[in-house]
Write a protein that binds this ligand. Structure first.
Ligand SMILES: Nc1nc2c(c(=O)[nH]1)N[C@H]1C(S)=C(S)[C@@H](COP(=O)(O)O)O[C@H]1N2
Ligand SMILES: [Mo]
Length: 538
């Protein structure tokens, strides 16, 4: 094979693309290691991902949630890595002709990551370090690999151990083995850096993990009455009345779950009309009487029939009491602030009507969820829960600040992204069983699900088949007005295709609207329906 450009072009292209990708892998690995030392949020992938989340138009976000559900974050991360790999391969190709250009791409990505990291909430200058180190590593590895690949093999010396002859002296007649060894070495170092990063990361959050393990939930001064017998109808396929923590839906913008150390946690309460600003640590917060209350939490992004609803027994401090302690009066009592802005450690801001929080409902700063300290994913050590309002206007996780202001003066995170400033939960009902497109045998079928209208309660649920007359379902026992209610309706299924529909009647007697509306700006409406197939007899 004498110097035939068309023949040598392909391996050369492969080699250079591989160089680019290996450089990117090394850059990422060392960036992750550095991020573990600085803070997990400073990783370039997380920082760029977080920025992408914040910049994503609402329509795209809702589409992604519909398509990927709670895997949307994983998909985003994989997408970023995929883009990186493609760009890295291109940078590798570019480096063959013009090494400085390829190195500039690597460095540019480092700068991009650093800029993203610096723009994240609560960022310090340290947050730029992982991306810069990653960019530098990638640039260095690219240089190393490309120069090694280009280095001519000593004339006359065939590649060691290789009986095949490739033209010596040409700029691309590199020593394949040498190159391979280099690549292997770089990859091995990257894997080592990756593992070291994981170890260091676990070490970094060890304090938070230990603080949660040590945290013993105090006894409530006002315990919740036991869940009434008959609240849980125990129909197979029906969501349990209380949602176990591990099954509780999770909706947030955090690409890495914040792990807050309970020992260093502080809550600050300040703002308009606050005559006694407070800063409390966890012990001080918990020196107040604790209340236990069952509340169903739902997400405004939940489509009709969707899964983003969960019911838990929360333990916490009454938010209204705490606000009164700080001197806050609701607008109806002449207070100047109508909006309570809660802020999390990761910069999320959530605006809640002060009036709703102080109108006597059990708005809580919760520390316990179903008898356990809050899981990290659900806001450890302290989160807000307010019955009757969607999570994005009430349920701030990893809470660290409460500021009193007005709706006129401040738009919280989601409000800046086309969601409504105020969003009471809309009456909804869901068919859990049978599942869509189930194949059923004719005869008695238990149609069952849940219905919610938090803080108004559920008074009735009705089901109809194929657009026929509405029929009353049997309700599970009510556990107050702030939780969902299970329902079941016995259906005599006949052969053929059928469409089951459900609607609820809330505690005010209002019937759930059948008008279809999307999730944006303040929650979906419409009746949930399920189509099933009933087999012919015999
Ligand atoms: N810090 C923080 N709190 C947050 C969010 C968030 O993105 N960040 N998402 C809110 C939304 S939209 C909902 S529906 C609830 C979900 O709470 P869960 O994940 O515990 O079910 O948390 C709310 N609190
Ligand atoms: Mo939400």
């Amino acid at each position: 094979m004498e110097a035939d450009p068309s023949r040598s072009a392909r391996p050369r292209r492969v080699t250079s693309a591989v160089s680019g990708i290996v450089a990117a892998v090394a850059g990422l690995a060392f960036a992750q290691l550095a991020a573990a030392a600085v803070r997990p949020e400073s990783s370039p992938v997380t920082a760029v991902g977080g920025t992408a989340v914040d910049l994503t138009p609402v329509a795209v976000r809702e589409w992604a949630i519909r398509l990927f559900g709670t895997a949307d974050k994983l998909v985003l991360t994989l997408g970023i890595v995929a883009v990186l790999v493609v760009v890295a391969a291109l940078a590798g190709l570019l480096s063959v002709r013009h090494l400085p250009a390829g190195i500039a791409v690597a460095g540019g990505f480092g700068l991009l990551g650093a800029a993203a990291a610096l723009s994240r909430p609560e960022a310090s200058w340290w947050d730029a370090l992982p991306s810069l180190l990653g960019g530098l590593t990638a640039a260095g590895v690219l240089w190393l690999l490309v120069t090694a690949a280009k280095r001519p093999r000593p004339a006359g010396a065939p590649p060691r151990g290789s009986p095949r002859t490739e033209s010596g002296g040409g700029s691309w007649a590199m020593d394949r083995r040498g190159f391979g060894r280099l690549v292997t070495g770089v990859l091995a170092a990257s894997v080592a850096a990756g593992f070291a990063g994981r170890r260091l990361g676990a070490h970094g959050s060890a304090g938070a993990t230990a603080s949660r393990a040590r945290f013993v939930l105090p006894r409530p001064a006002v315990p919740a009455p036991p869940v009434p017998a008959g609240a849980d109808l125990r129909v197979p396929g029906l969501a349990p009345f209380l949602t176990p923590d591990r099954d509780f839906y999770r909706v947030d913008t955090a690409l890495v779950i914040p792990r807050v150390d309970a020992d260093t946690w502080r809550l600050r309460i300040h703002g308009e009309g606050v005559t006694r600003p407070l800063t409390l640590d966890l012990r001080e917060l918990l020196s107040r009487p604790l209340v236990e209350h069952d509340i169903t939490l739902t997400c405004v992004s939940n489509e009709v029939g969707g899964p983003y609803a969960g019911n838990a027994r929360w333990l916490g401090v009454r938010l209204a009491d705490l606000l009164r302690e700080a001197g806050v009066r609701p607008p109806s009592r002449g207070g100047p602030a109508d909006q309570l802005v809660s802020r999390s450690v990761d910069g999320m801001t959530i605006g809640t009507p002060v009036e709703a929080v102080m109108d006597g409902r059990e708005a809580l700063l919760a520390v316990g969820m179903n008898g356990e300290p809050l899981p990290f994913a659900h806001g450890f050590p302290v989160r807000m829960v307010v019955p009757g309002l969607y999570g994005y206007v009430s349920a701030c996780k990893w809470l660290t600040e409460l500021r009193l202001t007005t709706f006129g003066a401040y738009d919280a995170y989601w409000v800046r992204r086309s969601w409504a400033q105020q969003a009471p939960v809309k009456t909804q009902s869901r068919i859990d069983t049978p599942r869509p497109y189930a194949d059923l045998a004719p005869g008695r079928v238990a149609v069952a699900g849940v219905a919610w209208a938090q803080h108004r309660g559920i008074e009735g649920v009705e089901v109809r088949v194929d657009g026929g007359p509405w029929q009353r379902a049997r309700l599970g026992a009510a556990d107050g007005v702030d939780t969902w209610r299970q329902w079941v309706w016995p259906w005599e299924a006949t052969p053929g295709r059928h469409r089951l529909e459900v609607r609820a009647i809330d505690g005010t007697g209002a019937v759930q609207t059948g008008l279809r509306a999307g999730t944006v700006p303040d929650g979906a409406t419409g009746w949930h329906s399920v189509e099933v197939q009933v087999k012919a007899l015999g």
